[in-house]
Design a protein around this ligand. Sequence first.
Ligand SMILES: NC(=O)c1ccc[n+]([C@@H]2O[C@H](COP(=O)([O-])OP(=O)(O)OC[C@H]3O[C@@H](n4cnc5c(N)ncnc54)[C@H](OP(=O)(O)O)[C@@H]3O)[C@@H](O)[C@H]2O)c1
Length: 296
Amino acid sequence: MSEAAIIDGKAFAAGLRVKVARQVAALKAGHGLTPGLAVVLVGADPASEIYVRNKHAQTLEAGMNSFEFKRAADVTQDGLLGLVRELNADPRVHGILVQLPLPKPLVEQPITQAIDPDKDVDGLHVINAGRLASGLPGLFPCTPTGCMMLIEDRLGPDLSGKRAIVLGRSNLVGKPIAQMLLRANATVTMAHSRTDDLPAECRRADIVVAAVGKPEMVRGGWIKHGAVVIDVGINRIPRDGGGTRVVGDVCFAEAKERAAAITPVPGGVGPMTIATLLHNTVIAACRQAGVEEPKV
Ligand SMILES: NC(=O)c1ccc[n+]([C@@H]2O[C@H](COP(=O)([O-])OP(=O)(O)OC[C@H]3O[C@@H](n4cnc5c(N)ncnc54)[C@H](OP(=O)(O)O)[C@@H]3O)[C@@H](O)[C@H]2O)c1
């Protein structure tokens, strides 16, 4: 059997950013509307700082307004809530993202739930989770949205008759991607740390989405011949000879021998997240301004 096609998320994301930039230009010219994204960063976690810097650069590159709010790690819960409320009320801000994780002792849930659901471009508000589960329009989490774009690009928008398995049940990735697959008519299994015989569950699936945060947990023998494999995992492991390297939740070298198509790590799902965040911000801006939303 031939080797899997490699799904190039980096190229797909670059294409999506170009489309978003065109949509922004049209909104500015046609409606005088410039979508604005506010990102809140608390503390000085180096990984979060890199993400926020990239978001800022790519937001500006798409022609949107980018507002950055940095707060020291000792900001109070009330101080942060106050900032979120100010952003909720600011008409220049159409999308709000609070970079997670927040440093302790801050509690994330009250902060994410204080964001106006119509500006919740990270899709973490319970109203948006409910809208997704109920098949209603809303703003949905960026990484799962990016995964679905890659799956649809491969298999088309209707997954009728396909079996999908989602490994992991987080609110950020596992649960929303399972809902999106269900919406697209796939028959969905959700697996997690208490699931019996994961390899056998996986081998039944035409679509495997791995979001467990366990380096190379999914082995080649778990993959059905011809499956599409979407690897969400980002795990840093020691490199032979020193230093570290990033691997996914799937053993890429083994899985590509059986899959029809597979995302690499890095360069697969990862780059899609910011591109879909920009797309969500455009959607949010259009809805707030009462302008028809552009299609991807
Ligand atoms: N932009 C991106 O590309 C992006 C975005 C977000 C996350 N990620 C990556 O995706 C991965 C998952 O992130 P997350 O936030 O969803 O993680 P998470 O909140 O830690 O959730 C992990 C999930 O995996 C399940 N799990 C853990 N060990 C397992 C095992 N041995 N067998 C089966 N299931 C197991 C857990 O099950 P229980 O619920 O039973 O504990 C949990 O549901 C991480 O590597 C993260 O870095 C990437």
